[in-house]
Ligand binder design. Structure first.
Ligand SMILES: [Zn+2]
Length: 177
C-alpha cells in the first residue's frame, strides 16, 4: 500500500508546476559556465582589479567574455558585463543579443543591467547577490518589460560560496597591503 503523507500530493503538484514554469518560461542555466566566470574574475584579480567576471552564451557557445578593468583603463564603463557585451556584439555583428544569456559572478550594477536589457539579453544568471538591497531593487525594476524592451529573466545566488570566497579573499589581501 502506498502511504501518502498529508500535503504530499500538493508538494508533487507544486514541483510539477515549478518544473513547467521553468521549462516553459525560465532559462536553461548551466552551472558549469560559472567555472569560466570565476576564471575571468580571478584574471581581474591578477591585474589588481576587484574580481568580477562575465560571459555571454548563445546556443551553448561562449560569444563574449569580460572581466573588470576599471582601474587599469581608468574608466567606469570598463565593467565585466559591458566588456562581454561589446565582444558579443562584435562577434555576431549585431547589437541585438537575442537568445543570449549572461553569466556574472555578482549581480550587475544598474548601468550594466540597463545595457543587458537594451541588448535584449534573455537571461541573467548571477552567482551571488549584491549585498546592497538598493541595487537589487533598482535592477529588478530595470529588468521589467517596458515599451521598447522585453523582460529580462534574472536569477541570482546560483553559486554563492565560490563567488563569496573569491571576493573576500581579494578584499582580505587588499587590507593586508
Ligand atoms: Zn556594472
Amino acid at each position: 500500500m502506498k502511504v501518502v503523507e498529508p500535503g504530499q500530493n500538493r508538494k508533487i503538484a507544486a514541483l510539477r508546476f515549478n518544473f513547467h514554469v521553468h521549462f516553459l518560461f525560465g532559462g536553461n542555466m548551466k552551472k558549469e559556465y560559472f567555472d569560466k566566470v570565476f576564471q575571468y574574475a580571478k584574471k581581474a584579480e591578477s591585474i589588481g582589479e576587484v574580481p568580477i567576471g562575465a560571459i555571454i552564451v548563445k546556443n551553448d557557445e561562449i560569444i563574449g567574455i569580460g572581466y573588470n578593468k576599471k582601474e587599469r583603463k581608468k574608466s567606469i564603463v570598463e565593467h565585466a558585463e559591458l566588456i562581454a557585451i561589446k565582444q558579443a556584439e562584435k562577434k555576431i555583428d549585431n547589437w541585438r543579443l537575442n537568445d543570449c544569456d549572461i553569466y556574472v559572478s555578482l549581480d550587475p550594477c544598474p548601468m550594466c543591467a540597463s545595457a543587458i536589457k537594451q541588448a535584449r539579453i534573455k537571461n541573467v544568471y548571477s552567482a551571488l547577490n549584491n549585498s546592497d538591497p538598493n541595487n537589487l531593487n533598482i535592477i529588478t525594476k530595470i529588468f521589467e518589460k517596458d515599451s521598447t524592451n522585453p523582460k529580462v529573466n534574472f536569477e541570482s545566488n546560483l553559486s554563492p560560496e565560490k563567488a563569496k570566497e573569491i571576493l573576500s579573499s581579494f578584499f582580505e589581501k587588499q587590507r593586508n597591503i
